[in-house]
Design a protein around this ligand. Sequence first.
Ligand SMILES: [Zn+2]
Length: 1120
Amino acid sequence: MRFPASTLTTALLCMSRSAAFVVAKRGASSVCRRSSLMPSFLQLPRMMTVCHLSSSTTSSSSSSSGTEVSKPIEVFRKDYQPLPYKVDTIELDIQLEPRKTTITTQMTIISSSPTVTLDGDRSVIELQHVLLNGTLLQEGTDYQVTASELTLLQVPLHTPFQLTIQVTTIPEDNTELSGLYQDSSGMYCTQMEAMGFRRFTYMADRPDQMATFSKVRIEADKEQYPVLLSNGNLLEQGSCNDNNNRHYAIWQDPFPKPTYLFAMVAGNLGKIQDEYTTKSGRRVDLQIFAEPHQTHLLHYAMLSLKRAMQWDEDRYGLEYDLDLYNIVAVDSFNMGAMENKGLNVFNTAYVLADPATATDTDFERVESVIGHEYFHNWTGNRVTCRDWFQLTLKEGLTVFRDQEFSADMNSAAVNRIENVRALRGRQFAEDAGPMAHPIRPESYISMDNFYTATVYSKGAEVIRMYQTILGVEGFNQGLKLYLERHDGQAVTCDDFLQAMADANPDIDLTLFRRWYSTPGTPVVKYRGEWNEDGTYQLQLEQETSDGEPLHIPVAVGLLDQATGEEVVSTQVLNLKESQQTFTFSDLAGPVVPSILRTFSAPVKLVPLEKDNESLALAFLAAHDTDGFNRWEAVQRLYTSLIFQHLPSKEESSSSSWNYVEQAFARTLDTCLDNSDYSISAYVLTLPSESTLAEEMDMIDPIGLHQARSTVKQQLARRFESVLMEKYSALTELLSQTKELKFDATSIGLRRLRNVLLDYLCSLTDTPEERDRAAQLAMNHYQAATGMTDQMAGLSSLVSIDTPHRQDALDQFYQQAVGNSLVLNKWFTVQALANTPNSLETIQQLYQHPDFTLKNPNRVRALVGAFTMNAVAFHQPAGYQFLGDVLLAVDALNPQLSSRLASPLIQWRKYVTGKLMKEQLERLLAQPKLSDDLYEITDKLAAMAARQQGDGRETSEEAPVIKRDKFAALAARQVEETTTTTTLPKRDKFAAMAARPIIEQQPTEEATSKENRISELQQRCQQRDAIYADLDQAEALVIQLLQVAQDTATALSSNQEVSVSQYQSTLQHIHALLQPHAQYVQAYQAPSTTTRMYQTRVEWRLAVEAQEILQDYRALERMEP
Ligand SMILES: [Zn+2]
C-alpha cells in the first residue's frame, strides 16, 4: 500500500504525531482504519486498527461490531507459528444483488491437524452452509463458529479435501471500507490489506497462506455493473443463461497469493487503454478505469505506468508477468492505493491529473504512487511477507524503489531533499515519541500502530543504507538473489538481509541487522582535527536508544578551507563502534568536512563542539559540492536565526544574520545560472513551523509563527529589489514556452518563481505595500497557465487584506464546480490563510453548502488544514471549535474524528497545553463518544498526563484522569447493561467481563467469592503502587529541575553564591536522589527509551485495569 509522502511539512506535524500516538483499539480486531482520502499533504501513514494474527497463532477472538470483543492481546513476533494446514486452491463465486451478496468459496485443503480454524468476522458476514467433500456439515458437531473464527472439528488428515463455504454479506452497509463495500458512486470494490478478507468470507487470512485463485466468477446486473474485474487474466465473460439482465466474468490468477492481494470491482466505469511490450516480448494490455466523466484525467497515470514498467526492466531487469494490468480509480477509498495482483485500486486523488486541476506536486505524486504499486508486483506480491511484523520487508523496499524511480525521472537531489524533509517532519517525531518502534516491531497490540512512517520511510532509509554500504552493483546483486531465491514465498526481513549478505560475501552485515530491532533516531556526533603533518582526523561518536552501536554509513567529503575546493571526494565511512576516528592523509592544508552527504543514514548529526558551527555551516553553504548538504547547511543557519527571534530569547546575534544574508544573497544571485531551479527554491525556503517545532522542547506556536514570519520579512525587505528582478526574469523565461510542461526544469522554474512570490507578498506593512503585493499576487493568479501557479497566487492573495482576495476566491470557486478535488483546494487554501480573522473565515466555511462532514476529504481539506494554521488554531476559540467539530464528526465517522483529534493530543508540548487539554477532557465527559475517539482521547490524555514534567500543573492531577476514567466506565457499564437488552457498542466491556470467566475458567465457581475479591484488592493495590512509584519519580524530576533552575537563576542574576550555599544545594539534590536511585536510573536512560518504558508501563496498567474491571463485573454476576 502506499501513503504518499508529503513535501509540505508544515501540514505534517500534527498528523504525523497522531500516527505516533495511535493506540490499540481494545479488542476490535478486524476493523481497519486506513489513511484517509484527504488533501495529499495532510496524508499520513496510519492505517490499521487492531489486528491480531490469525487464530492459529493466538487464542484471541474478536469482532469489529463491538458486540463481542476480546481483551487486548499483545502479539509477539517470536511466537510465529506456521499454519498446520494449507489452502492450495480457491474458487470464488460472487453473486452481487442489492443488499444481499452471496459468496461461495470452494477450496482444496491439506491438513496435518484434525481441526482447521479459519478467520471470519461474523459482524459482517453471515454463514449459510459448510460442505466437506460435498457433505453438509452440522454446526456444533462438525464445526463451531465464534465472532471471529470458524473451526472444523474433524477434517481428513494428510489427504486433500474440498471445503465449500457459503456466506452472505451486505456491502452497502460496510462503512469501514474494509472487505467488500460500495463506494459513493455505487461501484462495488474491495480492500483486503491487512485483514479485510475475513470480512468477505471465511479463510486463513494471513500473508503466509498463499493459494492459487484458480477461478473467480463475478455475477451482477448487466446495466448497473457493466465492468466486472478481478486479479489475473480474464478467462470468460457473457450473459447469464437464466437471466438476461445479468452477466458474469470469470478471472484466473496463475500466481499463488495471500488473501490481502485479492481484489474485485464491479461498476459502471469508463477506461483508457494502451499496451506495453516487455523486454522478453510479452504484450501487456494496460487499462485504467474511472467513472466515465473522469477518463480524460487518466492519461498521466498511463504514461507513468509505462515509465515505471520500463524503469524496472532497465534498473533491475524485472518484467511484468501477466497479460493484463488493470488500475481502477475509486472515490471512496480510505488510503492512497493498493497493489492487488493485476488489479491495483487507487484513490482518485492519486490517479486523476490534468494541468487545469492538478499541481506539479499532484503530478509528481501520481507518478510516484503509480510506480510504487507497480513495483510491488515483485517486491510484495511475488515475494511477500511471512507475517505483518515483516511489513517493512515489502513497504520499506518498495518506497525505496519508488524514490529511486522518481529520482531518475526527475532530479535526484531535489527528490532526496523532499524525502528527507518528509522523513524529518514525520518519522523523527514518531521516533522521539512514546510509540517509537523499530522498523520491524517485536510485538503489537494493534497492527494499526505499525502502518507508520517508521515502517515505510525509515524502512526505505534502511534499504538505502544497504545500497550505500554495498554499492549499487552489490545491492542489485543482492536484490536479484533475494527475488530468485524467494519467488512465490512469504519471507522475513532476515531472509532479505541473508540474500544481501550472500551476494556480497566480502562485506560483513552482521551488525547492520540491528537496524531492524533498534527504535529511535541515532545521534552521530563529530569533531575534526587538522594536523601539521597533512592529516585530518575525524572523530565520530554514535548514541543509540539502547546504547549499543549500529552500523552507520557516513558519507564524507573534505573541502579545502582556503580555496573551498573539494580535496577529498565522497567516501563512505563505516561507523560500527560507539566511537571511531578516521584519518585522511596527504592534505595540503586545513579542511572543512562535509558529513552525512545525501543524508547517508537516518540519524541526527551534531557537532561535539558548537563554537564555530555557524562559520562551518556558512562555509558549506557556499562551497559544498554535495547539493543536499549545501541545502542542509543553509537550513541549519535559518533555524538558528529563527530561534533567536523567539519571544523567550533576548536578542539575535548579528553574525547569524550575516551568515544567513550571505547564503541567501549567493543563492539568489546564482539561481538562474544553472538548471537546478528546484534546489535553489528549497535553499531559499525557510524550514516549516512543524520542522522547527520538532527541535523545541516546549512550543510557543504563535511565538514560533511570528519568529519565522519576522525572519521571512527581514529577508524579503533586505532583498526586495533582487527578488523582484529574478521574479520578472523567471516570468519572462516561463512565458517563452507556450505549452505547459511537467519536466524537472519546468517544475523547478515554477517552484522557484513561486517561492520568490511568497517572499515578495510577505511585505504588507503599509497600504502601499499591501496594494503592491496584492496586485502582484492577483497578476500571478490571473496569468497562471496551470494549477500550480494558480494555487501559488491564490495562497498569497488570501493572506493579504485586499478586495482582490474575494474576487480571486470567487473565480476559483466557479472553476471548481463539479470537481471535488479542486473544490477541496478552495477550502484548504482559505483554511491555511495567514490573516488575523482566519478562524472566523474557517467557521463560516464550515457552514458553506459545499462543506459536508460525510466526505472525509472535505473535512480534512478544511478542518485538517485549520489545525495546521497556528494563528487560527492556537487560541481558546480555535481549540473550542475543534472540540465542536470532533463531536459532530464523531457521530458520523469515528475513524475520522479520532484522527482529527491528534493535534489536541500533543498538548503536553505546548505552552497553551492546559487549554488544549480542556478540550480533551470535554470530549471525555461526553456520554456518547465513539469507541474510537473515546479510546484515543482517553489513552492519550492519560499518556500525556503521565509524561508531563513541565510543572505547568501539579503532578497529582494527571493520573486522576485515567483512574477516574475506569471508574466512570465501570459505572456507565452497570447503567447501560441494566437498561438495555441489546448490547450497545460501548457494552463491549461488559461482554468482555463476562466471557473470559466462562470460557477460560469453567471451574471458577468453585472458588469462593471472598477469595477472589481479596485477590482483586491485592491487584488493585499493586496497580496503585505502580502509579505511586511513577508519580514519585515524576515529582522527583520536577523537583530536580526546580533546584537546577533556582541555581541557574541565582548564578545568572549575579547574586553572590557562597560555597556553603552551593554545597547545601548539592546536599539537597543528593537527599532527593538517595531514596529514588532506581527511578533516577530509569530517567537517565536516553529519552526515547524512557518514554517507551513509560508507554509500556501505561499499557500494562491499562490492560491490568481492564482485567480488574472484567473480574469485578464477573463477580457481580456470581451468587454471593
Ligand atoms: Zn506499498
